[in-house]
Design a protein around this ligand. Structure first.
Ligand code: UDP
Ligand code: MG
Length: 150
């Protein structure tokens, strides 16, 4: 069982895509274990995107993620990290197939609607950045055995 962090970025929140995106993961069979709307400050943004510090787009992504609220979600399930990445589609929406979130809702690499952790290790680190332990809830969902072996 894995957990992963999803952010609906400022463009997704402003375009009222939160419910649509949440519903896709929910319907797929992932289980919601954390959820909040928050304003990301510069310090949190720099920690979240630390791996990109030397990249030319770093300042632009920091400006963007701090420009308006985001919705943070923690999702749990078998292979949750990879599953979410597949459902998001590639980084550049221009290359993202229809049926993926970026491919259905985006056209610009800077405004690509959603973030998802790219490895189980990063998922643990990113979940700790956005959620306290008490905000991540372990719970038993009725009917899970109809989605995957429990
Ligand atoms: N990004 C960008 N220009 C680039 C590469 C990335 O604006 O050339 C932004 C884009 O919003 C992306 C984020 O920086 O989601 C983080 O990049 P990463 O390579 O980690 O892509 P992701 O994991 O989000 O697919
Ligand atoms: Mg990434």
């Amino acid at each position: 069982m894995e957990r992963t962090l999803v952010l609906v970025k400022p463009d997704g929140v402003q375009r009222a895509l939160v419910g649509e995106i949440l519903a896709r993961f929910e319907r797929r069979g992932l289980q919601l274990v954390g959820l909040k709307l928050l304003a990301v400050d510069r310090q949190l943004a720099e920690r979240h995107y630390a791996e990109h510090r030397e990249r030319p787009f770093f300042e632009a992504v920091i400006q963007f993620i701090t420009s308006s609220p985001v919705v943070a979600m923690a999702w749990e399930g078998p292979n949750a990290v990879g599953l979410v990445r597949t459902m998001m589609g590639p980084t550049n929406p221009a290359n993202a197939p229809s049926g993926t979130i970026r491919g259905d809702f985006g056209i610009d690499i800077g405004q690509n609607i959603i973030h998802g952790s790219d490895s189980p290790l990063r998922a643990q680190e990113e979940l700790a950045l956005f959620f306290s332990e008490a905000e991540l809830v372990s719970w038993e969902r009725s009917g899970s055995d109809w989605i995957h072996p429990v």
